[in-house]
Design a protein around this ligand. Structure first.
Ligand SMILES: [Zn+2]
Length: 304
C-alpha cells in the first residue's frame, strides 16, 4: 500500500475491537469523514477533539466507504505519519445512532478556541481533506474532452487517459481587509448572507490579471465606495468553501464616504473598540485581524 500518492485503499479495520476503528494519532495525523458539507463524528467525542484520529466506526459505515489517503503537507511523504485519511460518505447514508454532522465552517470554531491562523495543524489537515474531497467530486471528467479522469500514483493530480490533460486541486486567492481610519476605528460591514447583526471585514476574490493590492483597493471601492492606502499583508488562511486561500490585509482609509453596494453589502460603519457589533467566530482570519486591531496591534497607534 503506497503512502505516497492519493489513492483509494482498503479500510483499516480492527476486527479485534468489534466495530471500533482505531487509528492512533501517532500514525495518522487525522481521520476525517465528510457527508456533503458536514464533518461527521461520533457524538461522544468532545468538540475540541473532533479532529482526533480515534473513531468509533460502526460496521454500517465501515462497509460503505473507501478511505482516501492524502499526503499531509508536513509529514514525510514516505511514511505513514504523513497521511491524512478521509472519506466522503454517500449523501443518502443514514448516520448511526449517536453520530452527528457538524458543518465544516462550524467545526473550525469548535476545534480552536485560540484565534490562530492555522494552515498546518489540525485545522489545516481538516481543511486539506475537505478541499481535496470537494475537488475530487468536481473533477471526475476531463475539462477538455469529457473523458473520465484517472488518479495518478504519487501525485494529487488527476489525468485524462485520452488527451493527457492533467488537473490539480484548484486554489482561488481571495483577500480580506481591515480598514482603519485616523480615529483608530475599523470599518466593518454586514453582508446579506451574514446572520442578522453580524459584521465582518470586506473580502473578495482576486480577478485574473490583478495583483493582491489591486484586489484590496478594488473590493473596498466596489463594496463601500472608499479609497484606501498603505495596503499591507498580515496573514493568510486556507478557506475551502469551496477552494479559497484567504489573504488578510490591513489598509488605511484615504478618501471617500461610505456608500454600500446594496448587492453584497447591506450596511457598513466605522466601529470603535467599545461599540462593537456581533463579530465572526474564532478561528477565522477575519476574527484574527479584528482581534489584532482590538489589541492595539494594527492601526495608527500600533507600535509597528
Ligand atoms: Zn481529456
Amino acid at each position: 500500500m503506497s503512502m505516497r500518492g492519493v489513492h483509494t485503499t482498503m479500510m483499516l479495520y480492527n476486527s479485534h475491537d468489534k466495530g471500533r476503528l482505531i487509528l492512533s494519532s501517532n500514525i495518522f495525523p487525522g481521520v476525517y469523514l465528510f457527508q456533503g458539507n458536514t464533518l461527521v463524528a461520533p457524538g461522544d467525542i468532545p468538540d475540541s477533539m473532533i479532529h482526533e484520529g480515534i473513531l468509533n466506526m460502526p460496521a454500517s459505515i465501515a462497509s460503505s466507504i473507501t478511505m482516501l489517503d492524502i499526503p499531509s503537507i508536513n509529514g514525510p511523504r514516505n511514511e505513514a505519519t504523513g497521511v491524512i485519511q478521509s472519506a466522503d460518505l454517500p449523501p443518502d447514508l443514514p448516520l448511526p445512532a449517536g453520530w452527528r454532522g457538524i458543518p465544516v465552517r462550524q467545526a473550525l470554531t469548535l476545534m480552536t478556541n485560540d484565534v490562530t491562523v492555522d494552515g498546518t495543524g489540525p485545522v489545516g489537515r481538516l481543511f486539506r481533506a475537505y478541499h481535496i474531497l470537494q475537488w475530487r467530486r468536481e473533477s471526475v471528467f476531463c475539462g477538455s474532452c469529457g473523458s473520465r479522469n484517472e488518479d495518478t500514483l504519487g501525485s494529487l493530480a488527476r489525468r485524462c487517459p485520452v488527451c493527457g490533460r492533467q488537473e490539480f486541486p484548484r486554489i482561488s486567492p481571495a483577500i480580506i481587509v481591515i480598514i482603519i481610519n485616523d480615529e483608530d476605528k475599523a470599518l466593518l460591514a454586514h453582508n446579506k448572507q451574514f446572520a442578522p447583526g453580524l459584521y465582518s471585514l470586506i473580502a473578495g476574490f482576486t480577478e485574473a490579471g490583478e495583483n493582491l493590492e489591486a484586489t484590496v483597493a478594488r473590493e473596498v471601492r466596489e463594496e463601500v465606495g472608499l479609497a484606501v492606502q498603505d495596503i499591507c499583508y498580515v496573514a493568510s488562511q486556507p478557506w475551502p468553501f469551496p477552494n479559497s486561500l484567504m489573504l488578510g490585509f490591513t489598509a488605511r482609509y484615504a478618501a471617500g464616504t461610505i456608500r454600500v453596494d446594496g448587492k453584497e453589502i447591506e450596511d457598513a460603519r466605522w466601529f470603535s473598540r467599545d461599540m462593537l457589533p456581533a463579530l465572526p467566530g474564532n478561528g477565522s482570519v477575519s476574527r484574527y485581524l479584528i482581534n489584532r486591531w482590538l489589541e492595539g496591534k494594527l492601526g495608527p497607534r500600533a507600535a509597528q
